[in-house]
Design a protein around this ligand. Sequence first.
Ligand SMILES: Nc1ncnc2c1ncn2[C@@H]1O[C@H](COP(=O)(O)OP(=O)(O)OP(=O)(O)O)[C@@H](O)[C@H]1O
Length: 248
Amino acid sequence: MTSILVQDLHKTYKGALEPSLKGLSFSFQKGMITGLLGPNGAGKTTTISILCGLVSADSGLVKIFDLPQNAAHREEIKKRVGIVPQQIALFPQLTAIENLEYFGNLYGLKGKPLRNLIDEYLQKFGLEQNGNKAVHRFSGGMKRRANIIASILHQPQLLILDEPTAGVDVQSRSMILQFLRDFNAQGASIVYTSHLLDEAQTICQEVAIIDTGKLIVQGTPASLIAQHAECQHLEDVFLHYTGHAVRD
Ligand SMILES: Nc1ncnc2c1ncn2[C@@H]1O[C@H](COP(=O)(O)OP(=O)(O)OP(=O)(O)O)[C@@H](O)[C@H]1O
């Protein structure tokens, strides 16, 4: 079974001169950690926004766990998917606990079970001493960790994260990556974007490299590296397919 199936997606934003997605297709297997990789402007965030129903595609098909992403299935998909956006999506003036209660409530969680879950995750993410602190006083790494908790309280079967380790220190990154491994080991499918290719090589069972709104190549990091004699790391493979020219 696939966690995500995308077929021939096209998207041009209103007023944009160029399409952002030009016939993007891929499928990700259930139960995997998959990296959605690509240079700046490749279309990763646009794809994620379409996957979670925030942006509508001009044409093409999206299925999440075999359910077409449309109005008829939106509620069911919302229950099964967690999204960790690139920008921190927390209320800065509220405490971590107030934020997490708010997000838990959105998914119908409340009372003692929600509070227990929040305490468990604050502990797991090293934030147990900071639950009553306003989020604007958090460091970047603390905000990223709290942002992840907000997206997993409802125990999603598919977790999609847009650059969850961007700009965090080594300790926070290590904690976030360990969480992704543990969550995956418990059965969740994970799709994540990153520009850190050594990290993606370590953590992803499969990667899809996209560029200019299309799939370039997909496979396990090891198989992609093995296909090119001059490539020793996933970064070499990435540069092989996407070139050295800097992007706007
Ligand atoms: N709201 C928008 N309106 C117009 N153009 C947009 C909008 N959002 C994204 N784009 C354009 O769509 C293309 C793909 O952008 P997108 O953010 O999906 O890429 P990305 O792969 O996530 O990039 P990055 O690695 O920089 O986050 C880019 O050319 C971008 O400028």
